[in-house]
Design a protein around this ligand. Sequence first.
Ligand SMILES: [Zn+2]
Length: 172
Amino acid sequence: MIRKIITYPNPILKKQSSDIINFDESLWGLLDDMFETMKSRDGIGLASIQIAKPWSVFMINLVDEEGLQKDENLVEYVNPKILSSSGTTTYQEGCLSVPGFYEDIKRADKIEVEYFNRFGEKQFENLDGLGAIAFQHEFDHLQGKLFIEKLSFLKRKKFEKEWKKQLKNKKF
Ligand SMILES: [Zn+2]
């Protein structure tokens, strides 16, 4: 089922997500809905909090070398942790909860992570490039943080001005 994606400045996005304890049907149902929702919006990543569920879950589905986004490349991250990080990289990020806004964000270039899959099996992964960037972006969502909080003071001010204008022009 496609769920509604909540957008900035909805205060739910500031919530800290809680760890999953039971790896059961309620988790699998959530993950399936998240995947359907993410695909419907052409996203490459989605955190559970973005559909207003503060569970420590996100997913990433990067496009391959041919520019295709394949279902089999989906990775579901449950109770993820960053074990170590190194280097820096800058990438123009966007977010389904801040639609239409893109800005360069600086993050670690390489990360080592652990997480559980949907069956409660612990996994380890070394990520770099876009995989590392997407992981850090989604991981921030679980701490109640959005990428716009990483903007410089001036860029943030400019964003708030543009965002207010955009909200006013939207007809609900
Ligand atoms: Zn996001």
